[in-house]
Ligand binder design. Sequence first.
Ligand SMILES: [Zn+2]
Length: 580
Amino acid sequence: MDTGQLDEERMMEFAVRQSLQEVCASGHQRADTSGTASDEHLQILAAIDRGDVSALRALCAHASAFEVADPAGRFPFHRAAVQPDARLLDAVLLASHELSMEEVTGEGETALTLAAHAGCARNVEVLVRHGASPHNTNRMNESPLLLAVRAGSYDTVLALILGGAFVEQVCRAKWTATHEAARAGCADIMMLLLRHGGKVEARDVHGVTPLGIAAEFGHADVLEILIEHGGDVNAQATNGDTVLYDAAGSGNLDCVELLLQRGASPNVASLAFQLPIHRAAYQGHYLVLKTLIPLTTKRAIRLSGMSPVHSAADGGHASCLELLIQKGFDVNSPLGAHISDNYDDMRKTALFFTVSNGDVTCTQQLLEAGAGPDLDPLRCLLVAVRAGHYELVRLLLAYGANVNCFFTVVSDTMFPTALQYCLKDQSMLRMLLSNGYHGDSCFQCYHDQHYTGHVWGQNFSIQDTDNCSSKVMFCDFICVFWLRHMAGPVVRTIMDYVRHVPICSKLTKILERQKEWPEICHILCNPRSLQHLCRLVIREKMTLQRLNSPQVMNTVPFPPALKNYLTYKELDMYDSVTEA
Ligand SMILES: [Zn+2]
């Protein structure tokens, strides 16, 4: 850093400190003025807070004391605007000759927005009578009318309309008082607004009509009023969401049924290809889903590129998933390419959603209903292994997920991909190996001038030897400097699940420096036990499909000790942890 730059930074710091001091000083000054300058001002504030009208009238002669703002920028009339007794405000306004009524507080509120927000109808009348404009908004660009609707005060809304408020005035997001009444669910206020020029087809900045808002917030009575006044039940927002889609999201069955009776179509998709049935399933609204299932056409679902099963799975709603399975929806229907492409992982199945959400209940439900665990480009098993989710891994393996699957997009390896995701996790590594992960593939390599390939077990075959030369071998993979410290424990663990394996010079060089080396050497230099070799042979004969299926293993006529030995129970770290 050069000296010029340092000087510049010091100057900047000085300037900031200076301006902070100035701000503090001016703050004190204002507080002081209000604190000491006028006892009358303090008496006025106290009288307003007490609701003492006669005391206020007695102070009327001190006009200047009514025209002083407190440190928050509030004049006495702002304070009086939210008091229940309107006579207070009237008295204050009579004394505040020099003020325009449109002064704003430090937070940008006018007296009328304050009174409207507080639902003080009489105060609103007083302010309007004294000349306050019903159109001036607060800093959020909210009109007094909008705030009165939000407060749910019919009388205040009426007072503003009679005082000349423009019913269709829009705030920042093109939101009208009619939208606000739809959100608040105020039927009587909605009627009042519609009688005074409120429009049912008004659209906010997202193109949403008051109908969409009433549906979204589940106010069936307001929705009905809007429909009676000519609201379009098939209106779509800018993003294509229909009113029925909004209603499905709220889960309000009355709104959904009302819209369906009045001709809303359940088969119009949003621009994101979502139908009302998807929304109901995703949000877990069982009754709405049940209503929409028979009305939604197979064609609309097919064109959307997504099954409601995906939505229920993604939302994690077991009851909705159950209903869809009962009604015959295919648990294996894939996402359309236009939906799948939006995901980096290129997911296809509902099972992928539940696995990537770590949802054991819904995953089990889908697997029991026949979901295939190996239908996605990135296998569900790899997602679960990478997340370190033992329960999901075991569940997927029990339902036949291929432990020796490959995902070659990131790195094209000669050994099945799952190992890469659990190098640091011995429990997971053992779970994969005892469920048939092909440990031998880790010792297959082209170093030392000869190919040290081994007999491949069942369920696993190496496609093409020429092709293999371009693939990453385990020894090369584990020898990179940020992984090599894990080579010892990983190789030692794999050795419990293989016959005699050759270890190439490259891997040896790394292993020699690790504490597992003496033990590895001992295993390499001695014949494996007959018991261990028999286990490997029996496992091969039984096939993984049977070994990994708890149901099949329960019916196999072996003594429990032998079953445990065959399935490596004594080395299963996760089991011993969960059973302890
Ligand atoms: Zn090698």
